[in-house]
Structures are given as C-alpha cells and as structure tokens.
Design a protein around this ligand. Structure first.
Ligand SMILES: Cc1cc2nc3c(=O)[nH]c(=O)nc-3n(C[C@H](O)[C@H](O)[C@H](O)COP(=O)(O)OP(=O)(O)OC[C@H]3O[C@@H](n4cnc5c(N)ncnc54)[C@H](O)[C@@H]3O)c2cc1C
Ligand code: FES
Length: 269
C-alpha cells in the first residue's frame, strides 16, 4: 500500500514575484495531482519542513498547479530563496474545498484579505468556467498597502466579467482608490442578500470582523463560507493538531460555513 505521507516530486517551472513578500510558484508534479478548488496540499523540502498551502490556480488545469506563498517563517523564507528547476515534495490534495455546485443560481460575494486572495483566485477561475450558472459575482479585496495587492493585472481582466472593489489599509502618493479595512467597502453592495452566499479568506482577525459585518448586512450564517487556518501536521485527520471543536480542519474543512462553527470557542485564534 502507498505510504500516504510520501510526497510526489514537483519541479518549480516558474516563480512570479507578486509583492515584496509573496511569490507564486508554478509547479509541475511528476504525477497528476487533481484538486478541487479550496482543497490544500502539503508542500515540503527535505530537511527544512512541510506546510499546507491552497493552490491558487485553475483546478481545471491538471498538469500544473500554482502555490502563492507569503514569506512568514522558517519554511516559507527558505522557499523564497529557491530558483526555477528546484524539486519540491507535494502530497494531497486534502480537505473538502468550496461547494461550488451549491453556489449555482446564486449571487456570490467573495471577500479576500492579503494572501487570502490566493485560494480565492482558484475559486474565481473555477467559477469563470461555468459563469452562466451564477447570478452575479462580486469581489471585495483588501491589502495592507498598494504594493501588497496581489494579481493586479489579472484583477483588471476579471473586472470585465465581475464586480470588483479594492481597498488598502494605507495608501501612497500614487493610490487614488479606497483606503480602509476590507470591512469599510462592505456597504451598498449591488447584491440581493436573500439569494447570496459570501466566501471569505484572509487572516483570522479579518475573517472575524468580515463575518460580523456580513451578518449585519443580512447574510445568514449558513451562507457565509470561511477558509479556516489551523496549525496542521499530518493533513490526514490523524494527529489532532488542527482540532477545532468536534472538527479536524484538515479533514472536515478547511472550508466551513459559519453555521457549522459559530458556537465553537476561539475559532478566530
Ligand atoms: C489549509 C491551509 C492553507 C494555507 N494556504 C496558504 C497559502 O495558499 N499561502 C500562504 O502563504 N499561506 C498559506 N497557509 C499558511 C501557511 O501554511 C503558513 O504560512 C506556513 O505554515 C508557515 O510556515 P513557516 O515554516 O514559514 O512559518 P513558521 O516558522 O512555522 O511560523 C511563522 C508564523 O506563521 C504562523 N504559522 C505557522 N504555521 C501556520 C499555519 N499552518 N497556519 C497559520 N499560521 C501559521 C506562526 O504562528 C508564526 O507566526 C495555509 C495554511 C493552512 C492551514
Ligand atoms: S493535521 Fe493532523 S488531524 Fe488535521
């Protein structure tokens, strides 16, 4: 039987510097890794470590997958020193992913904060392949400064198909757009809340205040989908590192609707 912890080799085909602290690694695995948008993989380098990342690419493209990675610590700092043609290890995909079939016939509000736009790019690209099935798609995205905004050129293309609103916490002399936290642009939304779902991904504090705002706007807890980030180890529902109430985030998530988890203590930590 195949060892579930044994990674598949994947070669770095391209590295895109997205922001001063975020790079996208375009990987070509030696065996096909088919993933559903919102699922995650465990990425490793021998002797350095392993960590979970959610592919940011279109799940309909099977030969390659993109991981958009922020430099925050030991492994990610090391990954940012690597160059093209380096071989990494990948195992997965794991978790449930976004239930995009349930979004059909609805309006979809997508709210991203910082590197949280990475999994949401995969979601947006997956939705684009069946755009006629959704009533409307509207993206609200916030980053710390204009330099920290991800996928700027692609967002310009997306704007031809979906509504987009962007904000930064702190502007600069060149920035003419919104300034303020992402919650500050969650107002006067051109959506009918009674037939809308919201999909949120970002740092825990952003997800907390975004969820509270969405509830104020009339979204029901069952219509708010959150990508929960808990420290992980096995990724397979065995070690218990990612426990959140009765759930293992790696196995039962990482995507939960707020209704499922709203009564669990400390979900935002
Ligand atoms: C399901 C899932 C999907 C993710 N997808 C992405 C992604 O697409 N892009 C991306 O840049 N990051 C993503 N992350 C976060 C990523 O796994 C962490 O940034 C990474 O583990 C940090 O490893 P490190 O060795 O560089 O940092 P460390 O040296 O371990 O720690 C640096 C800092 O990051 C925090 N941290 C460490 N591990 C995690 C973790 N698993 N979750 C949250 N914070 C952590 C620590 O508390 C510390 O403050 C995801 C996390 C999960 C659980
Ligand atoms: S990471 Fe081991 S149970 Fe979830």
């Amino acid at each position: 039987m195949k060892n579930p912890y044994q990674p598949i080799e994947a070669v770095i085909e391209e590295i895109i510097q997205e922001t001063p602290t975020i790079r996208t690694f375009v990987l070509k695995p030696k065996e096909l890794i088919e993933f559903k948008t919102g699922q995650f993989v465990e990425l490793s380098f021998p002797g350095v470590g392993e960590a979970p990342f959610t592919p940011s690419s279109n799940p309909n493209i099977k030969e390659r997958l993109d991981l958009t990675i922020m430099n925050v610590g030991r492994l990610t700092q090391f990954l940012h020193t690597l160059s093209k043609d380096t071989i990494l290890g990948i195992r997965g995909p794991y978790g449930n992913g976004y239930p995009i079939e349930e979004f059909e016939g609805k309006e979809i509000l997508i709210v991203g904060g910082g590197v949280g736009l990475a999994p949401l790019r995969s979601l947006i690209l997956a939705l684009f392949s069946k755009l006629e099935k959704y009533k409307k798609i509207f993206l609200c995205y916030g980053a710390r400064t204009p330099k920290d905004l991800l996928y700027k050129d692609q967002i310009l293309q997306w704007q031809k198909k979906i509504g987009v609103r962007i904000t930064v916490d702190t502007g600069d002399e060149s920035w003419k757009g919104n300034v303020g936290l992402v919650t500050s642009i969650l107002k006067d939304l051109p959506l009918k809340m009674d037939n809308a779902v919201a999909v949120v991904c970002g740092p825990p504090i952003m997800m907390k205040f975004t969820t509270l705002r969405l509830l104020e706007l009339g979204f029901k807890p069952k219509d708010i989908y959150l990508s929960m980030e808990k420290n992980m180890s096995c990724g397979l529902g065995k070690c218990g590192h990612c426990r959140m109430g009765k759930y293992y985030v790696c196995r039962d998530g990482p995507v939960f609707c707020f209704e499922e988890i709203k009564d669990i203590h400390d979900i935002w930590e």
